[in-house]
Design a protein around this ligand. Structure first.
Ligand code: NAP
Length: 295
């Protein structure tokens, strides 16, 4: 049995962040431009606080300008949209991210729609989704972009390959499918109403699982030689009362079939923040009509 390639998103993201640091240095020295990212957090959800802190740290480490706005949980929608508007008009800010989930009294769609699409580094604005669907330049959601980069790292040309994406969320499934389609793969999207997912998996050269169910994809569903990208992050009780992260794919069993596979943790996860930084650099270059660096 040949061992599969274990696709290390952790290593890939490290390389990407190094390339971004160089690109930022170049933008500063050649154009006096420092890309800026603003992250907005409403309330004090502990997981969101951790994410926001890591995003801020990573932004600064790349040499970019980082701003954090922490608003109390009772902040009104109007006040939040007012802040988004100020950031839309702030020339030092090229990317805006509003951390989800928002408190129940706020309509997250209205808030996302208030972000200038050219600063929508999370890629969740309907205009960003439309640009992606039409193959136009825009800002692509971070985790899906990370998935595509990892796939292309092991298979640069995916044209004509059969791809199955399990999951159809706006955050992951749909944009992953669009990206694969734009790369000329033949794409099937499966979801909770799909019949016989197992059979669809067995035909997939590229399998992306974004379901949110631990070990949902069984090893013998995976086609021999397939590329398997596991987006799932499921917290399971582990040893010593500490949570253990588990993907949507039965990693051990799927490894016996796959040509290449992402682990959880250390696979897709680390790509998300790296792609957020990448989007901020892209947004800054576009806003200043500069050629995009090779990132
Ligand atoms: P989501 O919004 O809950 O979507 C899950 C999708 O899976 C839905 O489309 C759902 O179908 C489908 N599904 C649920 N049960 C199914 C079943 N039994 N058979 C087939 N399809 C089923 O989740 P998400 O935001 O896309 O995230 C998916 C996973 O990725 C989660 O584990 C999440 O934590 C993880 N994630 C990781 C990252 C990262 O690595 N940085 C980022 C984002 C998300 P319906 O549409 O029919 O309901």
């Amino acid at each position: 049995m040949t061992e599969p390639i274990i696709i290390s998103g952790k290593e890939f993201a490290k390389g990407l962040r190094a390339r971004l640091t160089d690109a930022v240095e170049q933008l500063k020295s050649a154009h006096g431009l420092t890309p800026g990212l603003a992250v907005v957090l409403v309330g004090n959800d502990p997981a969101s606080e951790v994410y926001v802190r890591s995003k801020g740290k990573a932004t600064l480490k790349t040499g970019m300008h980082s701003v954090e706005h922490k608003l109390p949980a009772e902040t009104s929608q109007q006040k939040l949209i007012g802040l988004v508007d100020d950031l839309n008009n702030d020339p030092a800010i090229h990317g805006i991210l509003v951390q989800m989930p928002l408190p129940d009294h706020i309509d997250s769609t209205a808030v996302i729609s208030a972000i200038d699409p050219d600063k929508d580094v999370d890629g969740l604005h309907p205009i960003s989704a439309g640009r992606l669907a039409q193959g136009l330049p825009g800002l692509v959601p971070c985790t899906p972009q990370g998935c595509l980069m990892l796939i292309k790292d092991v298979l640069p040309d995916i044209s004509g390959k059969r791809a199955l994406v399990i999951g159809r969320s706006i955050l992951v499934g749909k944009p992953v499918a669009q990206l694969l389609l734009n790369e000329n793969a033949t794409v099937t999207i499966a979801h909770s109403r799909t019949r016989d997912i197992e059979a669809l998996c067995r035909e997939a050269d590229i399998l992306v699982a974004a379901v949110g169910r631990p070990k949902y994809v069984k090893g013998d569903w995976v086609k021999k030689g397939a590329i398997v990208i596991d987006v799932g992050i499921n917290r399971q009780p582990g040893e010593g009362g500490k949570d253990k992260l588990m993907g949507d794919v039965d990693f051990e069993a799927a490894s016996a079939q796959a040509y290449a596979i992402t682990p959880v943790p250390g696979g897709v996860g680390p790509m998300t923040i790296a792609c957020l930084l990448r989007n901020t650099v892209i947004a800054a270059c576009r806003q200043h009509e500069l050629a995009l660096p090779d990132i």
